[in-house]
Write a protein that binds this ligand. Sequence first.
Ligand code: NAD
Ligand code: ZN
Length: 257
Amino acid sequence: MTAADLNRVRQWLKEARFVVVLTGAGVSAESGVPTYRGAGGLWQGSDFRELASLEGFQRDPKKVWAWYNERRRQLKQVRPNPGHYALAELERRLGGFALITQNVDRLHQAAGSRNVVELHGNIWEVRCTRCGRVEDRTGIELPAEPHCSQCGAWLRPNVVWFGEMLPEHAWQRAESWTRQADLFMVIGTSAEVWPAAGLIHLARQSGARIVEINPHETAASSLADVILRGKSGEILPQLLDAPQPGSSASPEPAASG
Ligand code: NAD
Ligand code: ZN
């Protein structure tokens, strides 16, 4: 990542009419929340199909709840990091800004982001497997076997599991925002989970500039106009600075002697 790349993105943020950001687990990594894939990833050592699928839940709801209750305890301890706060600040500063997240931890909202769509639900709500009733149980310790207060059926975490459809309203908003974006930033996601990853392609087809922020190459890298290689908690706060004169983003050569 060069100073010119950073500056180019600062300039684009200034020019953009509608900025859309797509985030993934990497944005929360610096808060101490493990990502799914890669070293130290959440799935390492456990069979994720058993923990994050309806079939696994139906086979052994107690086991799935033991895992989610442990994650809820862990997430209760974590706080947003400078990347989350910088995105909330961008939203306050820019006229048009929307955030689409695959994260289930609600750290964007905790940092002050308002215009947020959760594509994969969130870990704090529970949903009844029979009557569909959704309840917000943020920060509350749940029983080992949570059941619906209305109909008595098993409750489940209100997250999207493998093989499940995304919540329709969330997906429609995400698609509509993406079509309107003139700057689309892909931050901390491996871009391997569909249909979320399809939004990057849609943004490109719609003519948006694409910026990736991620320490590693991803499935989105080949679609990006500028790649800022590094941690979102370090790079995003730097984007709040005004474009720096002198390290011009345009291809003009620097004045020479
Ligand atoms: P992923 O685990 O597939 O990919 C994480 C990405 O983050 C990787 O590309 C990695 O290089 C990058 N990364 C790691 N550290 C980073 C940092 N400091 N700054 C920026 N990027 C960093 O996660 P995903 O793409 O979000 O997709 C998988 C699924 O994981 C989603 O469905 C999501 O719901 C779920 N998930 C959510 C959380 C959470 O809510 N915090 C945590 C784990 C998984
Ligand atoms: Zn019920």
